[in-house]
Design a binder for this molecule. Structure first.
Ligand code: GRG
Length: 287
């Protein structure tokens, strides 16, 4: 199967699982179910759950055996986007070219839809324990990792730093990298580690995959900043890597990070081909 087909195929499995899991729109209270579905099926690339599935496959596991945990992380990602767009945080009217959740459903419902998706994310991860070959202990470990990677030391803390930074001049390169590691790379690491832990990875393998996730996550956020500039959606007031260092330097930094990410997969030889393809794809993506 070529890589484009691989992504499409995985996206379909993810969409189907999410659709089966989420309550139908007309289930009461209908408004919250509509709001959750609006953002979950709003055109996301599904890169985080795809990473979970590809990591499990690296260990010879079937994608189906980790699909619920993979989709749980996607629900948590969707929650973070809805809250990120709220007027009290980034105040963005659009997400993926469509009106953001609060623009359609109002702030109160958007806030609650985000909360509901966070809770549902944990619930769906726990539901992965129903798969026969999955050890219950590994689900407990992932629940603990999820709380860590989205908590105040990581995603949430990164978001706090993001909204606290006022002046581009006050931010050093190290500050930005530290912020991106928390705000973006943490959830990407979680997706990869979840696939690895559920597949029984050892410490050496987990370490290599975490390094891959960190470098991939950093490159992913810098590409995101570059796309904002290239697609004229730049927030001039916001200190980002691409705003501060320009497109040329950002591009070469991303190439370096992607090379490092792929280098850390050496111990898996040809078995990590899909993870290498994902790294190359993230470097050249257009959305
Ligand atoms: C309470 C745990 C908690 C978090 C709330 C709002 C928030 C704190 C964190 C948001 C962090 C955030 C939005 C980071 C940006 C990461 C990023 C590059 C998102 C875009 O990801 P894509 O391109 O999105 O994968 P798609 O549209 O493909 O789903």
């Amino acid at each position: 199967m070529n890589f484009k087909k691989y992504l499409e195929n995985k996206k379909n499995i993810i969409d189907k699982t999410l659709d089966e899991y989420l309550p139908p729109e007309d289930n009461p209270p209908s408004i919250i179910n509509k709001a959750m579905r609006y953002s979950v099926f709003g055109g996301g690339k599904r890169i985080r759950p795809i990473l979970t599935l590809a990591t499990a496959e690296l260990f010879g596991r079937d994608a189906e055996s980790v699909i619920k945990a993979a989709c749980g992380v996607e629900l948590i990602h969707t929650f973070s986007l809805i809250h990120d767009d709220l007027p009290c945080i980034d105040n963005d009217d659009f997400r993926r070219g469509k009106p953001s959740n609060h623009k359609v459903f109002g702030e109160a419902i958007a806030l609650l839809a985000g909360d509901a998706l966070l809770v549902s994310g944990f619930d769906l991860i726990i539901k992965n324990s129903e798969v026969k070959e999955i050890k219950k202990q590994s689900i407990l470990k992932i629940i603990k990792e999820t709380s860590f990677y989205i908590g105040t030391e990581n995603m949430l803390g990164g978001q706090v730093e993001d909204i606290s930074v006022k002046n581009e001049e006050d931010v050093t390169k190290a500050d930005l990298i530290n912020l991106y590691m928390k705000k973006t790379a943490a959830l990407i690491c979680l997706s990869i580690r979840a696939g690895a832990i559920l597949s029984g990875a050892n410490q050496r393998q987990l370490k290599a995959l975490t390094k891959y996730g960190e470098n991939l996550g950093l490159a992913f956020q810098i590409v995101d900043d570059m796309l904002d500039i290239m697609q004229d959606q730049r927030d001039a007031g916001k200190p980002t890597y691409a705003n501060k260092y320009g497109l040329k330097e950002s591009k070469s930094e991303c190439e370096r990070l992607i090379k490092e990410a792929k280098d850390s997969l050496k111990i898996f030889n040809h078995k990590a081909e899909t993870l290498r393809n994902i790294a190359d794809y993230l470097l050249t993506r257009k959305k």
